[in-house]
Design a protein. Structure first.
Length: 267
């Protein structure tokens, strides 16, 4: 039996209809009017982390909470400690983050645990290694609100630092992006980006099975292809990571490729 992300990892509220770009109907008008009546007021920032004591304080401090408060948003910062054996969790608490312990390691597993504890109307995500620009969160929020979007993902390749990614990883990402476009007819330039912003109630219609690195692409496929939501892809600056590398390039790359193909036939 299929179970969606909300039923498996938390109660995110009542499901709603998600309207695609091309479906301009009276239902869409009613949804738009209802959304305007329900003002978005809170934002949860979810950050998975494993052995990131060298960076976690700077990552949390980089979140522009004052600017977001001025925009009318309360901010919840959730760091998911995914089995660290250093001081990641303690340091995150020290700078004001809520820390969730998720001992079963896995990128997707960490995010599912974080989403289950998120109290915000919106959820933003980023890694804990200083690669993603936390200062861009207000800009992404403004884009989502102004264009009445459900989901915003990001493109790392437009403003990527030369040392941020090896040629092997660039090539692997290009293959995954091509396969995504061919199988799903989605014009994504960066199917593997780990910085997203979305309305929390979008999770109600999602079925995300991956607990590993494939979770990133699966979340996008669920939002864009299966839920047919309103979405945009925004360019960001992507920096070289600080600290140890937690990826296994070949294993994760082939795993993601197989997951893309499998998802096309078995949701």
């Amino acid at each position: 039996m299929k179970r969606n992300l909300a039923s498996t990892y938390g109660d995110y509220g009542k499901p709603r209809e998600v309207i695609g770009h091309e479906k301009v109907t009276s239902v869409e008008t009613r949804n738009t009017q209802a959304r305007k009546r329900k003002q978005v007021r809170t934002l949860s920032v979810v950050i998975p982390a494993i052995n990131e004591e060298a960076t976690i304080e700077r990552v949390v401090k980089a979140i522009p909470t004052d600017e977001l408060n001025e925009m009318g948003f309360g901010v919840q910062i959730l760091v998911v400690d995914n089995g660290s054996n250093d001081g990641t969790g303690e340091l995150a608490r020290k700078v004001g983050a809520e820390v969730i312990l998720e001992p079963i390691q896995g990128y997707g597993r960490a995010y599912k645990s974080g989403f289950a504890q998120a109290s915000g109307d919106l959820i933003a995500t980023a890694d804990a290694d200083l690669t993603y620009p936390m200062e861009d969160i207000p800009k992404l929020v403004k884009l989502l609100i102004d264009e009445d979007l459900d989901f915003v993902t990001t493109n790392r390749f437009v403003y990527m630092d030369p040392d941020a990614m090896s040629f092997r990883n660039i090539f692997g990402n290009a293959i995954l992006n091509l396969v995504t476009r061919l199988l799903y007819r989605i014009d994504l330039k960066d199917s593997q980006s780990g910085m997203w912003l979305f309305r929390k109630d979008l999770l109600d219609g999602m079925i995300c099975r991956s607990d590993g690195m494939a979770f990133s692409q699966e979340l996008k496929l669920e939002a864009i292809h299966f839920c047919n939501c309103r979405w945009r892809e925004a360019p960001i600056k992507y920096s070289a990571r600080v600290g140890q590398i937690n990826l296994s390039g070949w294993r994760d790359g082939f795993g993601n490729l197989l997951a893309l193909i499998r998802k096309r036939f078995v949701r």
